[in-house]
Design a protein around this ligand. Sequence first.
Ligand code: NAP
Length: 360
Amino acid sequence: MGNISFMLYGAYGFTGELIAEAAVRRGHTPLLASRSLEKLAPIAERLNLEMVVLELEDRDRLHNALKAVDLILNAAGPFVHTAMPIIQACLETGTSYLDVSGEVMVMEQIFALDQQAQEAGIAIIPGVGFNVLASDCLALYAAEQIENPTQLEIATLWATGEMSPGTTRTMIEGFPSGTLARRAGQLVRINARKGRRQQRFLDGVHPILPVSIGDLVTAYRSTRIPNITTYTAFNDQIADFYGLAQPILSRLFRFEFFRRMASDRVKNDIQLSEAHLRERKPSQVWVSVRNEKGAQYQAWLETIDSYLFTAEAAVLSVEKVLAQSLTGVLSPAEAFSADVVMEIPGSRRVDQVENVQATE
Ligand SMILES: NC(=O)c1ccc[n+]([C@@H]2O[C@H](COP(=O)([O-])OP(=O)(O)OC[C@H]3O[C@@H](n4cnc5c(N)ncnc54)[C@H](OP(=O)(O)O)[C@@H]3O)[C@@H](O)[C@H]2O)c1
């Protein structure tokens, strides 16, 4: 198979293709994998990489392909459909597993496999994209600044613009779980509308709403903080719409029929060039930690566009796992340290912002 460094599954998706390009730029020769030959072949040809067509239901073929590599990076989402079949195979073949998911319930399932991953001698690290690598690193950094933090809030601000088809489908799949938060170590449902407020980011104040993000699992693991709320910044109109529609969609999308119907209507033809992505506003993360004594610490992080960040962070994570001997299920910050985010070009961490508006 030549000098294959790892397998990239979901290689022709919007994010998968960005990852493949970033990998080649950094001198890697990943084996490109996905389920459609027609969509995979042009990318493999353009990047001069080997490819394998793989349906996840074809267990024998999946096993054989995984046996030939040390690591698989999964970019095929919604991960509720792809993560567990691949991980189960990885545990049997001794192949390390990374993905760019941010799905809370999928991450809960994955972290329950820690013992099996250790026994298999493999590393499993979900969330090596923007959500959660960037937010996980900032959460751990902030948590280390005060004693015994008990409350953690994380808000992400994605660069404005289109959402990829996979991100939209992933949101649809996540609606039935409602809006989750972590309280006293447990995942609980909360009312998203009640949590709406204004939050200061590096470029000004934005409305934020509680949403379920993978940090509810990974930051709990990295920081051990028992109370976590995760937010996303929206513009006012989307925040209004989301706040009203979320409870309705949450009920409607419990039925697979409606989820499938909505997913099928998501347009696949989003065409954003890398140059376009680079021109977009930076993406941002805000984190606040508090303890029982009333101490609070806030920190902000600015990164390149979240999709480009995801590609760079995923490839950097692959390099680190291949260079180290990590085992078990790990959060990104736990595996690579809180400072790994600063290795991604364009990352800027800020501890003080002038005129920080009161947030409660
Ligand atoms: N955490 C983050 O910061 C972050 C950043 C970017 C993306 N993401 C996530 O990454 C995922 C992909 O996003 P995207 O922008 O690349 O979406 P996309 O353009 O829709 O690509 C999705 C890819 O996944 C494949 N796929 C989906 N379901 C599959 C299944 N059951 N079996 C095999 N392959 C399957 C698709 O193949 P087909 O075309 O054959 O269906 C396609 O290659 C989404 O879940 C998104 O939320 C996360």
